[in-house]
Design a binder for this molecule. Structure first.
Ligand code: SF4
Length: 284
């Protein structure tokens, strides 16, 4: 086997989904698929949900350690790897101590309810063992949209989970989906999502643009004329309202899909005005 083949053998798929801010982290596959798998817009979670047995994770981390001999950060792969119990996560962190003790920091994807199901004590234990960041798709702060999209959590639960992460010092990177409320809820989506985030302390807000995937329930609604899909320009106008209402601090704002052509990135609040002007320019 070549080195490339050995490395590829520890991943189930050719493409590894890892957030942009974790591209340099060592990716350890610990689970596949999403334990929820019910959001109406999502075609991301294709695998049946599955947590790898500890023996498989041990094999993976042994091989990974050969390829990342000094990487300080480990990213646990799986659509919501944080669904694992505190005990199982600690077992994985024990393997980290054994095979990659230099990878002191750990991050992974999480759903909001994965956080809420853990006690404060468990969150603290995980922080002490190196958990430094969770990447969470909150998508919206508007309850009507969260409910319609079957996200499985409320805006109150989002706030509560993030407050508990703040308490322990675990950083969070959030994604929101512009256009998710369609034309009907556009204004509400922008204002209520900003209002919710203003009460939290995200390290990063990444705005994605809604894409309708043919194999999703939302696409069917669109075809039946129930979901009123917005144009890219309307979505950008919605995003401008969202940003106008945002008052978060020490947060990197990113939009990688502006009109499918541009990338907007800037720290908030310092770059807020510049970002708004760029949006206004693109909308002129
Ligand atoms: S929680 Fe995330 S991965 Fe799971 S179904 Fe919803 S959007 Fe998809």
């Amino acid at each position: 086997m070549t080195n490339e083949e050995i490395y590829a053998s520890i991943f189930s798929h050719e493409t590894i989904y890892i957030p942009p801010h974790e591209e340099k982290s060592a990716p350890l596959e610990v689970a596949l698929g999403c334990s929820w798998h019910k959001c109406r817009f999502c075609d991301f979670a294709k695998d049946e949900f599955h947590i790898h047995p500890l023996e498989k994770i041990e094999q993976n981390i042994f091989i990974l350690s050969q390829f990342h001999p000094d990487n300080k950060r480990l990213f646990l792969l799986g659509e919501n790897a944080f669904v694992m119990s505190c005990e199982r996560l600690c077992e994985i962190l024990q393997l980290r101590d054994q095979y990659m003790p230099w990878a002191k920091e750990v991050a992974m994807y999480s759903r909001i309810d994965d956080i809420l199901k853990k006690t404060d004590e468990e969150l603290r234990i995980l922080y002490d063992r190196g958990l430094r960041a969770l990447h969470i798709g909150i998508e919206s702060g508007c309850d009507s949209i969260l409910e319609h999209m079957n996200k499985g959590v409320t805006s109150f639960e989002i706030m509560e989970a993030l407050r508990r992460l703040d308490q322990v010092g675990i950083a969070y990177y959030l994604t929101v989906i512009m256009g998710l409320g369609g034309r009907t809820f556009s204004n509400l989506h922008a204002v209520e999502t900003a209002r919710l985030l203003n009460r939290t302390h995200p390290k990063n807000i990444w705005c994605l643009k809604l894409k309708l995937w043919e194999d999703t329930p939302l696409y069917k609604e669109y075809k039946q004329g129930i979901f009123d899909m917005m144009t890219p320009r309307e979505i950008l106008a919605e995003e401008r309202i969202f940003l106008q209402n945002l008052t978060v601090e020490n947060c990197l704002f990113e939009d990688t899909t502006v009109l499918d052509m541009y990338t907007l990135v800037g720290m908030l609040p310092e770059k807020k005005q510049e970002l708004l002007e760029a949006m206004t320019f693109l909308l002129r």
